[in-house]
Design a protein. Sequence first.
Lengths: 197, 346
Amino acid sequence: MEHGYWIKSKPVYNALVWHEKATAHLIIAKNQGVLVALKLFQQRQPTQPVTLLYAQDGTDYAKTLNKVVPAGLDVLNSEQDLLVSLKNIMPNMRMGLRVYVAGSEGFIWSVAEVLKTFGVEDADIMKELTDTLARTIYCVHCKAITHNITTNIGKCSGCERMLFVRDHFSRHLGAYMGLMIDAESPGELPEIEEIYP
Amino acid sequence: MALNFKKETFREDYTYSNSDAAIKRFPFPFPEDQYMYSVNIEPHTKGKQGTVCEFTFDIDEHYVAECLDKKITLEQDPGRYKALPHMMDAQWDFVELTMEALAQDYPEHFSLKKQGLIWTWENKPLGIKDTFTFGDTSTLATEPFDYIGRQLQGDFVLLDHRDETLYADAGIVTSQADWSLAFNVGMSWREWHGPVPRATELGVMDRALKYLLNLQIGSPVRRLNWTMTVNPRLDTSPENYPHWGGERNTVNAENIGDLIHLRVELQTLFRLPRSNAIVFSIRCYLISLKDIATYPRWAKRLHRVQKTMHPDLIEYKGMTKFHPMMVDWLAKFDDGETLAIGTQPE
């Protein structure tokens, strides 16, 4: 890759820090993202109320979490359950709420999509990337979304075309653009390499 | 003067062609022998009679055929039209801007009669006549932007102005040079220009944005953009890339003059009065290398521009496969004569 190259449409994910001017905090984490949540409590115990939604994948951090977030902790068994829980609690949230999300890129943007329906703008959500660099891709031809692509070229879950994962990200879709790789020379595929482990 | 609308196609058998008059008025985009991105924005003021800038929106001999091609594309892929819910004011602003301009500039083809908020719009070339209540979406069969967007040549994007940037929050896009509305909708200025090489480094996009954020009502602006394409195809979308990508393999030294087309976009931008949104209009003009070469000045200029093109731009504009062949083909017209600055054909 050329020196100085960067993806201008790719969001920059920062390390989460508490936003001091808040009336309440909402942390949403999945898998290793929970370590980021715990890291926040290493910075400080905020004075405002904290709600923590955590989808766990097996590693059980619930005990540790119970100690730091005695009230407001909700441990879910899957991302789906977490998103349902998020939809349920959002109507009770008030102005001044600060939202923090930690997990894979696919998870971050699934959460952002739900939050958007409650008027929380992308710019107001703090995000930290954990677990994996895997990409979600949007097939520009059949419009299907395929998750967890770790290679330069991936098969579309909808039309089964082989898609080149373009360095162009849509926050609206939470996905990178996938474009048919062999349209000009059918069957000719470059070497498939894992580049987003 | 009434226009003669041609019967022609922009797909499959590609019967599209330009009349002599259409060639002569073609918006040739290269005033100098070298090309690099620049902001190149100027006021969209009334141009000379017969030029593509004579009127607010240019209607030409391809109007009816282009509207038909747009209809086919929208039928095959309704995702080429998209408007986020908060853009309804901008949609009506757009209806007002376009209907008023067309009725005023082409009275023999279009008319708009207003009785208060009850408007009657007649489009004679397309055989449309409808009465509706301005501002009341239920009085039209489709959303207002969709309704009139189908009756215009070119693509339109409505940009919402907030957070000191512009968001592409609505669009009707059927003749695009390889970008996807469905993918880009909702993106901010910086995000959707992400893939353009060198432009960010040159600071072009930031300066253009700054300029547009200050765009005033009644003072539209314009610029030209260009690419080269195989066949006179309007729908060179990424969506349909599997259908047109292979056409790049059909170019050879014999047919290149007929197959390769210069594709110029006349981009105009208008600030809208109620919504404060901006209309981004992208009107596409196509001309074959052969037709360009009917004016030696243009052939020489294009040869020099292409010969010195930055490799990143050759790649970005999808010209890699046929670029050397094109430069060779154009070389025979270039005697090295010094050309004064300017885009005129003669």
